[in-house]
Ligand binder design. Structure first.
Ligand SMILES: Cc1cc2nc3c(=O)[nH]c(=O)nc-3n(C[C@H](O)[C@H](O)[C@H](O)COP(=O)(O)OP(=O)(O)OC[C@H]3O[C@@H](n4cnc5c(N)ncnc54)[C@H](O)[C@@H]3O)c2cc1C
Length: 398
């Protein structure tokens, strides 16, 4: 067992962790260390394309060593506990790490077991998902080979990483089935928890047009509550009543919460059973432990969780942590911006940019055109953004 101490420790080397570490390093902050157990980094937005047949699985992953920002240290381990009173982390290996400032960004936990039967169902021959890397590749084959029958897609209730991404493989598959001449023989059902397909009128209008075009049966204000994988029945709940929905293929996204080690820590707000790290929604600093910061999917921010939100969040946290190291107040503020690019066909995207009150927040001020179905945003989402991710975002340059 060993103990080390670092100026800034970043817990989690995913999208948020590498990006914020890269920014700090570029700003001249010395002794930045990332704790990350995985050997392979995952670009999760690509999972939707993998499942929908518009990208290969290999395009969603790279060796972690190849994406670590230069000059940033890497401890290949996982954090098991945090003692924010003594600025100390315990690692799974038994080692401990001390910090002056710690940035928590360990992502979100997929709670497959919270819905009875779901974990077994997505691993069965008639089940898939794109919220795990291996299942996304499986989904691609199952969706491609489906010729007829009922396919049920589900989006979970509660906080989720890029919740709208639950719908993406469905639109991609429908476009493929239409081109293959089998769409009329496939009954597509989409289960969404909210009152409308998304929740912002302009985006709803665009998505509902595609839903009608593909003949999708949209079930709003509905949740998946149980699955019987053996008899291929999804049990769904709406308005207090349950219904048994037989399927030929189930493509499901699980309910989600903060990782268990965070739930068990002192970092969530009192009474927050989902366990996300409590932060000031603007400065992203912990209100009770000033050396603790959180961003990305692990943080109890008010925005809808997405990688697109991190462009602004990482800028804010890097500036505020740098100020804190110099004994200055945190003045940089996050504005709640987030994004969900809906791949509504194999060549178009509806680019939903919005804030934490579900108001449109377009990058090009006053122009809502990107929120309409466009080829331009497809090119951006499928071809430009992945390059920007691997070469700029993970280095803290974008
Ligand atoms: C299928 C799918 C599609 C998506 N599509 C989009 C999209 O189109 N656009 C968009 O903007 N966003 C999208 N997202 C969301 C986006 O991927 C996430 O918001 C983003 O990855 C969050 O970054 P993060 O660093 O918080 O978490 P992650 O990127 O998940 O990284 C968390 C890291 O923490 C590590 N970790 C976990 N536990 C520990 C521990 N105990 N100790 C140390 N390290 C640990 C993990 O190994 C991981 O590397 C999608 C997500 C999914 C799943």
């Amino acid at each position: 067992m060993s103990h080390s101490h670092h100026s800034v420790v970043v817990v989690g080397g995913g999208n948020a962790g590498l990006s914020v570490a890269g920014r700090l390093q570029r700003h001249g902050v010395k002794d930045v260390v990332v704790i990350e157990p995985r050997e392979h980094h995952l670009y999760q937005p690509m999972f939707s394309h993998v499942a929908g047949g518009t990208a290969r699985a290999s395009m969603a992953t790279r060796p972690q060593a190849s994406v670590m920002p230069k000059g940033v240290g890497w401890i290949r381990d996982a954090v098991s506990a945090i003692d924010p009173d003594s600025n100390r982390l315990a690692l799974v290996s038994g080692d401990t790490v001390g910090y002056d400032q710690v940035i928590v960004c360990t992502g979100i936990q997929k709670d497959w077991n919270r819905i009875p039967g779901l974990a077994a169902a997505v691993r069965s021959p008639s089940g898939s998902s794109h919220y795990e890397f291996d299942l996304a590749a499986k989904a691609s084959l199952l969706l491609r080979d489906l010729q007829r029958g009922t396919v049920v897609f589900t989006q979970p209730a509660g906080p989720a990483t890029c919740a709208g991404a639950s719908q993406k493989p469905m639109y991609l598959a429908c476009d493929y089935w239409r081109a293959a001449g089998v769409l009329d023989d496939i009954h597509v059902v989409m289960i969404v928890p909210d009152a409308t397909v998304f929740g912002i009128p302009l985006i709803d209008e665009e998505l509902e047009r595609k839903v009608a075009e593909y003949g999708i049966e949209l079930r709003c204000a509905t949740e998946l509550v149980e699955v019987d994988a053996e008899s291929r029945v999804a049990v769904i709940a709406h308005d207090g009543a349950t219904e048994r929905l037989p399927y030929d293929l189930l493509h499901a996204v699980p309910p989600q919460s903060a990782p268990d080690w965070l739930k068990d820590s002192a970092l969530p707000a009192v009474g927050d059973e989902l366990g996300f790290v409590e932060v000031d929604p603007h400065t992203l600093r912990h209100p009770r432990f000033p050396s603790v910061w959180a961003l990305g999917d692990s943080a109890a921010t008010t925005n809808s969780k997405s990688g697109g939100a991190l462009r602004k969040q990482t800028t804010v946290v890097a500036a505020n942590v740098e100020a804190a190291l110099r004994g200055k107040p945190a003045t940089s503020e996050y504005d709640g911006y987030t994004v969900c690019p809906f791949t509504v066909s194999r060549s178009t995207v509806v680019f939903a940019e919005f804030d934490d009150a579900y108001r449109l927040k377009p990058t090009i001020p006053l122009w809502k055109g990107l929120a309409r179905e466009r080829r331009l945003t497809w090119v951006f989402d499928r071809h430009i953004l992945p390059w920007v991710y691997w070469h700029m975002i993970l280095k803290g340059r974008a």
